[in-house]
Ligand binder design. Structure first.
Ligand code: MN3
Length: 209
């Protein structure tokens, strides 16, 4: 699928109801077909008058946003960030994934945080600490060391020169229908569908210099 203009609405890699009972189908339907679609449509609309950027990848647009025309920078950061973050979030959940990291990522999580359970505690604390809307991420540095970060609104981790491994969207639209205002319960449920197969594979693909 295109990773340049016009950016596609990437279908969910599972059914809307596939993450139940952890995350309900109506939330997934609205989140993907309305929230993400709006970001995709608005990103494409912003880029339409600028054919010189139609070959840029989403990552290039976000990373080099300060090289874009001034009136294009904010629409790209807001909407392109919304596309990047949501694509990462949706791919980072799975009804069939192993429920814990494997291989090198498992070893690194144990070495960094003490155990997978201690990592989960730290990740939950970080996700709860996001004031208002944003995301919590497990990311790797270029040397493959791990850290947990949070981003506000639709900011992405890309400017921090890190490799995202897994992300949780803690905007209220991600959980309000099922979990009401109880973000902590949503985070606990998200751990039941987090795609550790994908995160472990991403970690394994990082080339160390
Ligand atoms: Mn969202």
């Amino acid at each position: 699928m295109n990773n340049h203009y016009p950016f596609p609405l990437i279908p969910l890699p599972y059914d809307y109801t596939a993450l139940e009972p952890h995350i309900d189908g109506l939330t997934m339907d609205l989140h993907h077909d309305r929230h993400l679609k709006t970001y995709v449509d608005n990103l494409n609309a912003a880029l339409a008058p600028y054919p010189q950027y139609h070959s840029w990848t989403l990552e290039q647009l976000l990373y080099y946003a300060d090289e874009l025309p001034k009136d294009l920078q904010t629409p790209v950061l807001h909407n392109g960030g919304g596309v990047y973050n949501h694509n990462f979030y949706f791919a980072g959940m799975s009804p069939t994934s192993a429920k814990a990291p494997v291989g090198a990522l498992a070893d690194s999580i144990n070495a960094t945080f003490g155990s997978f359970d201690k990592f989960k505690d730290a990740f939950k604390t970080a996700a709860l600490s996001v004031f208002g809307s944003g995301y919590a991420w497990l990311v790797a540095e270029a040397d493959k060391s791990l850290k947990i970060i949070t981003t506000a609104n639709q900011d992405t981790p890309l400017p921090q020169n890190v490799y995202p491994l897994v992300a949780i969207d803690v905007w209220e639209h991600a959980y309000y229908l099922m979990h009401y205002n109880l973000r902590a319960d949503y985070i606990d449920d998200w751990f039941g569908v987090a795609n550790w197969d994908a995160a472990s594979a991403l970690y394994g693909q990082i080339a160390t210099s």
